[in-house]
Design a protein around this ligand. Structure first.
Ligand code: FAD
Length: 386
C-alpha cells in the first residue's frame, strides 16, 4: 500500500526501521527477560533526534504531528513494543504541555524532551480509579504560591525514569471531575517518590511504577490551563495519544506477520513447506488484511488530528480499538503458525503475543473505547433527526 507519505515522513519511518532492525531487535529478548529500562536505546533515539519528531521547531523539535509520532511508534514497536514505550510514554506525557501549556511552560519543558535529555510521563490512574478516572483522590491544595500534592498514582509508564510528569489531581474535592486540574511535576520535587516497579506479562522493558505524592510542593506556575480543566486536558491528551497505542499495535502485528510468513516458508511437514498448505496461507492472508486495514485507520485518524479537526475522539477510539484487537488476533495466529515452537521463548512470537495484550487495556480499555464510539454514533444520529 502507498500511504502517500512525504519524503520527510518516509525518512523518519526508514530511520526508525533501521534502528529497530539493528539496535532494538538484537536486544529485545534480553530486555524482556531482565525487565531493565533500555537507557542505551533511549540514547540511540536521542542521538537520532527521534524524541523531537512531534514537537514544534520553535521548541527544538522537527515540527511533525501525530502521524510522525505514529510512524516512529510503529517501527520501534516492530523491534520491541516495550522498548518503544520509552518514546510512547514520553509522547503521552508531553501532550498536555503541547496542547495546554503557556509559552513559558513550553519553552521550559519541551526542548529537553525534544532533545531526548528528559523523558516524560502522564499520571491519572489510581488504585480505585482506572476506567472511572473521575474517582481519583489525589489532591492538589493551594498554599501560598504552591500547590501541595498528596496521593498515589498507579501503573505510570516511564515512572521513576522520566524527569517530567504531567499529573491530574483534585484542586476541589467537592466538584468531582470538574474539580480536577493538571500540573507539571518535576522529578526532583520535594515529596515526590516512586513505588515498586511492576512485574508484567508483556512490554517488560517499559518501566511501570507508582508515583507517590507526600506533601509534594509544586509551584503555581506549573498548573496547566486553569483550575478545573484537568479532565478536559486528560481527554484531549488521550484523543491525541491513542493513535500512538494503535501504531504500537500495528508494529507488533506487522512483526508477527513477518515472522509467521518467514517461518511458514522454511518449516517443512509432510515433505512440503507449511506455506504450501492452504490452511496456513489463508491464515497469513487474513493476518495481512487485518494489519493493513489497521495501518490505514491509524494513518487516517492521525492525519485528521493533524489537520486540526475538532471531533477527533471517535476516529481516535476507532483506530485504537481496531488495531489493538487486530494485534491480539494476529499474534495469536502467529503462534499458531509456529506450532509448538511458537510457544517457546527461543522464538520471537510468544513475546509479541504478550506485548500485544496491553494495547487493548491502556489509555482506555477497548470496552471504554466502544462506549466512546457508541456515544458519538448516538449523538450524531440524534443530531440528524433534529
Ligand atoms: C502496563 C500499564 C501501563 C499503564 N500506563 C499508564 C500511564 O502511563 N498513565 C496512567 O495514568 N495510567 C496508566 N495505566 C493505567 C491504564 O490506563 C488502566 O489500567 C486502564 O485505563 C484500565 O483501568 P483498570 O486497569 O483500573 O481497569 P478497570 O477500570 O477496573 O476495568 C476492568 C474491566 O472492566 C471493564 N469496564 C470498566 N468500566 C466499564 C464500562 N463502563 N463498560 C464496560 N466495561 C467496563 C474494563 O474494560 C476492563 O475490562 C497503565 C496500565 C498498565 C497495565
Amino acid at each position: 500500500m502507498d500511504y502517500l507519505l512525504t519524503e520527510e515522513q518516509q525518512m523518519i519511518r526508514n530511520l526508525c526501521r533501521q534502528i529497530a532492525e539493528e539496535k532494538i531487535k538484537p536486544v529485545a529478548a534480553r530486555y524482556d527477560e531482565s525487565a531493565e529500562f533500555p537507557w542505551d536505546i533511549v540514547k540511540v533515539l536521542a542521538e537520532a533526534d527521534i524524541f523531537g519528531v512531534s514537537i514544534p521547531e520553535e521548541y527544538c523539535g522537527m515540527g511533525g504531528g501525530v502521524l510522525e509520532m505514529a510512524l516512529v511508534t510503529e517501527e520501534l514497536s516492530w523491534g520491541c513494543g516495550g522498548i518503544a514505550l520509552a518514546f510512547g510514554g514520553t509522547g503521552l506525557g508531553s501532550f498536555p504541555i503541547l496542547l495546554f501549556g503557556t509559552e513559558e511552560q513550553k519553552q521550559r519543558y519541551l526542548p529537553p524532551i525534544a532533545r531526548g535529555e528528559k523523558l516524560a510521563a502522564f499520571a491519572i490512574t489510581e488504585a480505585d480509579a482506572g476506567s472511572d478516572a473521575a474517582r481519583i483522590r489525589t489532591t492538589a491544595m493551594k498554599q501560598g504560591d504552591h500547590y501541595i500534592l498528596n496521593g498515589t498514582k498507579q501503573w505510570i509508564t516511564n515512572g521513576g525514569e522520566a524527569e517530567i510528569y504531567t499529573v491530574i489531581a483534585l484542586t476541589d474535592k467537592t466538584k468531582g471531575a470538574r474539580g480536577a486540574s493538571a500540573f507539571v511535576v518535576e522529578k526532583d520535587t520535594p515529596g515526590l517518590k516512586f513505588g515498586k516497579k511492576e512485574n508484567k506479562l508483556g512490554i517488560r522493558a517499559s518501566a511501570t511504577r507508582e508515583v507517590i505524592f507526600e506533601d509534594a510542593r509544586v509551584p503555581e506556575e506549573n498548573l496547566l490551563g486553569r483550575e478545573g480543566m484537568g479532565f478536559i486536558i486528560a481527554l484531549k491528551t488521550f484523543d491525541h495519544a491513542r493513535p500512538g497505542v494503535a501504531a504500537q499495535a500495528v508494529g507488533i502485528a506487522q512483526r508477527a506477520l513477518d515472522e509467521a510468513t518467514h517461518y511458514a516458508r522454511v518449516r517443512k511437514q509432510f515433505g512440503h513447506p507449511i506455506a504450501s498448505f492452504q490452511g496456513v496461507q489463508f491464515m497469513l492472508a487474513n493476518m495481512a488484511i487485518a494489519v493493513e486495514a489497521s495501518r490505514a485507520l491509524v494513518y487516517s485518524a492521525a492525519r485528521m488530528i493533524d489537520s486540526g479537526a475538532r471531533d477527533i475522539a471517535k476516529p481516535s477510539a476507532i483506530c485504537k480499538t481496531f488495531a489493538s484487537d487486530t494485534a491480539m488476533e494476529v499474534t495469536v495466529d502467529a503462534v499458531q503458525v509456529f506450532g509448538g515452537y511458537g510457544y517457546m521463548k527461543e522464538y520471537p512470537v510468544e513475546k509479541l503475543l504478550r506485548d500485544a495484550k496491553i494495547t487493548q487495556i491502556y489509555e482506555g480499555s477497548n470496552e471504554i473505547q466502544r462506549n466512546v464510539i457508541a456515544a458519538h454514533l448516538l449523538k450524531e444520529s440524534a443530531a440528524r433527526d433534529e
